[in-house]
Design a protein around this ligand. Sequence first.
Ligand code: HEC
Length: 351
Amino acid sequence: MGNTPPEVSIAVAGNRTFFWEKTPVAYQVEVHDPEDGSLAEGSIKPDEVNVFLAYSAGGDNLSPILTAQQHEIQHPGKQLIDGSDCKSCHLPDQPSIGPSYKEVAQRYKNDPGAVDRLAEKVIKGGSGVWKKEFVMVSHPQLSTKAATQMVNYILSLSGDDQKPEKIEVKGSLSLTKPDAAVTNGFYRISASYQDKGGKNVKPLSQTAVVTLKTPLIQAESYDQVNRMKVFGEIEDGDNRYAGNMRPGSSALFKAIDLTDVGAITYQYATTVAGVSIEARLDSLRGPLVSVAEVSSAPEATTWQKATAPVKETKGMHDLYLIVRCKNRDEKDILRLDWLYFDHRSNSASMK
Ligand code: HEC
């Protein structure tokens, strides 16, 4: 006689990729275990299931559970730290030669001037604030921009916004973004159940996870592109963009749920007239769900916004953006910074 592991799932009504601040998310956890029964039938009690809600600003220790399909861009500060010598003296949450990032974040969390001061200290090196016997070496090769991104990342690690909150097995969540500046924040709903096992049989547990992110995707976080490239350095963070596009250039964003999405807004720049952006499902020639006509400006650096309605679409799809131009010989026809997915109820009231 063995023990079969439980099956745990989280049903979410509506969109399974994004959350919108004004739209509550209805969810329900389902647990089924061949030996113990099920949550729906009542043989498994709601208090035997652990359901948690956690928010993450991105780029921290919740991220590993994300798949590439979540379009999670790593915090540029983390990428820079990973490529530098910081880890030889600093650990995320325990002291080493230098203080842990968490301690640094806790110490300066209410200090608005800290970012600039700490960035300067990373570049110049220094001592005397933490343990007296150690000195931080200088990093003269780092630009102020790079050091600032590193410090921004370190200060995001206070752990305060990541404490999971225990929630019911079913309900409706009003999700808001705690930090308005963060564009790649996400909520994570997790549900775990450990079955009762049997005589001489160890209990087995199972966890289901759903992540819902803010409805803004940076253009440079594509999964695949054809005839365009990313401009900007890691330290430019969200200011990077996709550019150098020609008629027919395309970008693929995998597994986007367009349920309840009423419109897409693009932040773009172009000096060329007659440019449009098509959104198609599942292939370059797949169903056309949206076309945005974009207007040109005299300067290639003038960022503008264009909003185009999206045909009612259900479920997860690979989203292809294809750039078109009336004059097929034009080059360098578009820069794309980000795209924002509007909820159908918001976009309807906008027009
Ligand atoms: C040789 C070891 C060493 C290296 C390498 C190092 N640090 Fe430090 N760091 C320290 C020590 C020691 C302190 C504590 C200094 C003090 O007490 O003033 C410190 C302090 C800090 C602080 C807090 C400063 C304060 O005044 O509270 C930050 C932020 C920091 N380091 C970031 C970094 C970053 C980012 C890197 C990589 C670019 C880095 N460190 C590389 C040893 C190091």
